[in-house]
Write a new protein. Structure first.
Length: 277
C-alpha cells in the first residue's frame, strides 16, 4: 500500500471521527440545559431521512455486485469511491439523529421543558414526503425497463438499478442542501445562537474538509476524476456542509457575539473556548 492509499485511509478515519463526534454536542447541550430552546427539530428530523438514504446508497455501492458492475459499465471500468467508513458513519448518523430528535418530539420523556421548536415545520415534512415519492417513481420506472438488470453496455443508456441508487443518494444531497436553513433562519430571527452548539459545527466543518480531501486523493489514485462525478453526493455533501458551517461560525463569533457572551453557562463543552475569546 502506497503513501496516498495510507493518507486516504487516514483522512477517512479522521472525517469519520469528526463527523461522528459532531452528533453528540447538541444532544448533550440539550440534556444539560433540560431544554431544546434556541434550536428547531427540523435539522435533526430530516437528518434521519438523509442518513438513511446515505446509508442505503453506500451499502449498494460497496456491496452490490450488480450496482458495481453497472457503475463500471457507465464509468469506464472504474469502481465506486464509497468506503466502509461511509457506511459506518451513515449508520451511526441514523442512530444519533433518532436519539436527538426524540428530545424534541418527546421532551417530557427526557424531563425537558417543551419549546417552540419541538414541532417540525410543514416545509420539512413536505420535503420528506416528496423525497419518498421521488424514490417510488424512479423505482417504478426502473422496474418497467426491460434492461434494469443489465451490467453491460445497455446499463449506459437504459434505466437500471444504479439509477435507483442515484435517486436515493440525491435525497441525501437535497436534505443536506436544506437541512441547515431552518436553524440559520431561527438564529437570524432571534439574533442569537444560544442553545445551538458551535462545537457541533466546528467538528462538522473539519469533517467536510477531510471528506473532500479523501475523495480527491482516491480520484487521483485512479487517474480519473469521474471518481467524483460518479459519486457526486459525497463531494457535494462536504462542500455544502462547509458553506453552512461557515455561516453558523460567522453568526456565532461575529454577528451575534455579544448575545452569546454567556453561552458557557449553558454549554460546559465550550467553556474553555469562551474564556479564550
Amino acid at each position: 500500500m502506497g503513501f496516498l492509499e495510507l493518507l486516504s485511509g487516514f483522512f477517512g478515519l479522521a472525517y469519520f471521527t469528526a463527523w461522528s463526534i459532531s452528533f453528540y454536542p447538541q444532544g448533550i447541550l440539550n440534556y444539560r440545559r433540560k431544554s431544546t430552546s434556541g434550536t428547531v427539530v427540523d435539522f435533526h428530523l430530516i437528518n434521519i431521512l438523509g442518513f438513511t438514504a446515505y446509508f442505503a446508497s453506500n451499502v449498494a455501492f460497496y456491496y452490490s455486485s450488480v450496482i458495481r458492475a453497472q457503475y463500471a459499465a457507465r464509468y469506464k471500468g472504474l469502481t465506486p469511491t464509497a468506503s466502509f467508513s461511509d457506511i459506518t458513519f451513515a449508520f451511526h448518523g441514523i442512530l444519533a439523529s433518532v436519539v436527538t430528535t426524540s428530545q424534541y418530539l418527546f421532551p417530557r420523556l427526557w424531563g425537558f421543558t417543551p419549546s417552540l421548536g419541538n414541532r417540525p415545520s410543514r416545509a420539512i415534512l413536505g420535503v420528506i414526503y416528496c423525497s419518498l415519492l421521488f424514490i417510488a417513481v424512479v423505482v417504478t420506472i426502473v422496474m418497467a425497463s426491460p434492461n434494469h438488470g443489465s451490467t453491460d453496455d445497455l446499463a449506459v443508456t437504459s434505466w437500471v438499478w444504479l439509477d435507483v441508487i442515484y435517486a436515493v443518494s440525491y435525497v441525501k444531497l437535497v436534505v443536506t442542501l436544506i437541512k441547515y436553513t431552518p436553524q440559520v433562519l431561527f438564529n437570524y430571527r432571534n439574533r442569537s445562537t444560544k442553545g445551538w452548539s458551535i462545537l457541533m459545527i466546528l467538528l462538522d466543518f473539519s469533517g467536510g474538509i477531510l471528506s473532500i480531501a479523501q475523495q480527491g486523493i482516491d480520484s487521483y489514485i485512479q487517474r480519473d476524476w469521474s471518481g467524483i462525478t460518479g459519486n457526486p453526493v459525497k463531494f457535494a455533501l462536504g462542500n455544502v456542509s462547509i458553506i453552512y458551517d461557515l455561516i453558523f461560525i460567522v453568526q456565532h463569533y461575529v454577528l451575534y457575539r455579544d448575545s452569546n457572551a454567556k453561552q458557557n453557562e449553558y454549554d460546559p463543552l465550550l467553556a474553555s473556548d469562551e474564556e479564550r475569546r
